[in-house]
Design a binder for this molecule. Structure first.
Ligand SMILES: O=C(O)C(=O)CO
Length: 348
């Protein structure tokens, strides 16, 4: 980008910062400090969507060409949709999202306005797959009620939980075979001796299937054959509630379901019913339909092993994600392009 304006004065790009940078001393502060030497960083004062829209309309963000945003910044702006974009300055050309899943951003609305969007793929794979394995083991082993009973001084509880299950020899069905799905497949097969099947719109190449060690099956077979079903697909209009009452009815009775993707890929009310009826035996969840609210039927259910969206919540992974996102900001400033444009906006 130009460093001098038409009248000869020095030009500094403006970056709108939505959400907080990591505070851990090992995090990406050095990378961010290079941004602050190259650009002016504008931080909103608003704490709600309506205030943010008003703040933007007042001209505070005028001239910003890049927005860096975190997943948590949704609490300030709400979804980045056509309404929000219409309030942002026309100068905005890039939205840099720190995260793999970008369902909080309407890509068609951004494309319509000529705004390019990036995310942080691959950086999240290891940590999210580790969390999926952790949730799978916790759900299979019925540990959720015992964590609470032990702390109540009741050891394994007044009524001890049913015996758990070992993963070895069980069928793990992976719905969505991107970086996280492949990472989980390798770990489940190599470390836990599971028989891994997957369903994905695009089949892996034979070579990759061999390396990952997973067999492609159609959606119905995946539902019917899995002892554990792991959801590893992005949330979009095609995948919202892809798992609901009809799908639960096709699963093995007592199936374990793991979700580290997005809550809304599964119909949460239908899941509660399926858990209550015993159709679903146990569930390990990192994500929820209406975060940070969790369905009371899940909170109350002893077969639900629950954590609050912590899939990437490690120093190493959050740092990797932040550094990746900052490198997108840097490329946008220096070259006017993004390092990792979302697939919908890639040239084919
Ligand atoms: O990167 C993402 O999309 C996350 O959800 C982080 O947990």
């Amino acid at each position: 980008m130009a460093s001098e304006s038409a009248n000869g004065t020095a030009y500094r790009p403006k970056v709108l910062l939505l959400g907080a940078l990591l505070t851990d001393p090992r995090s990406a502060h050095t990378a961010w400090s290079t941004i602050t030497t190259l650009a002016d960083v504008i931080t909103p004062t608003s704490t709600s969507r309506s205030d943010f829209i008003a703040e933007s309309r007042s001209g505070t963000f005028d001239g910003c060409t890049i927005t860096y945003r975190t997943f948590a910044s949704i609490s300030i702006t709400g979804h980045i949709d056509a309404e929000l974009l219409s309030a942002l300055p026309p100068s905005l050309k890039f939205i840099v999202h720190n995260g793999a899943g970008y369902d909080q951003i309407s890509i068609p609305a951004c494309s319509e306005r000529g705004i390019r969007v990036s995310n942080t793929p691959t950086a999240v794979d290891d940590a999210t797959a580790d969390m999926a394995i952790f949730l799978m083991l916790g759900a299979l082993r019925n540990v959720a009620p015992t964590i609470l009973s032990l702390r109540r001084g009741e050891w394994r509880g007044k009524v001890p939980p049913a015996l758990g299950h070992d993963p070895r020899g069980k069928v793990l069905g992976i719905l969505g075979m991107g970086g996280i799905g492949k990472n989980m497949a390798r770990k489940a097969r190599l470390a836990f001796g599971m028989d891994v099947r997957y369903h994905n719109r695009e089949k892996l190449s034979e070579e990759e299937e061999r390396e990952v060690g997973a067999e492609w099956v159609d959606f119905e077979r995946l539902l019917g054959e899995s002892d554990v079903l792991s959801l590893n697909l992005p949330l979009n209009a095609n995948t919202r509630h892809i798992i609901s009452t009809r799908e639960f009815a096709r699963m093995k009775k007592g199936v374990t379901i793991v979700n580290t993707a997005r809550g809304a890929v599964m119909d949460e009310a239908a899941l509660v019913e399926a858990l209550n009826s015993g159709r679903v035996g146990s569930v390990g969840l990192d994500v929820y339909e209406d975060e940070p609210t969790v369905h009371p039927g899940l909170i109350e259910n002893p077969q639900a092993f629950l954590v609050p969206h912590m899939g990437t919540y490690t120093v190493e992974t959050e740092t990797k994600m932040e550094e990746w996102a900052i490198s997108n900001v840097r490329m946008a400033i220096e070259s006017g392009v993004l390092r990792s444009v979302v697939p919908e906006q890639r040239e084919r």
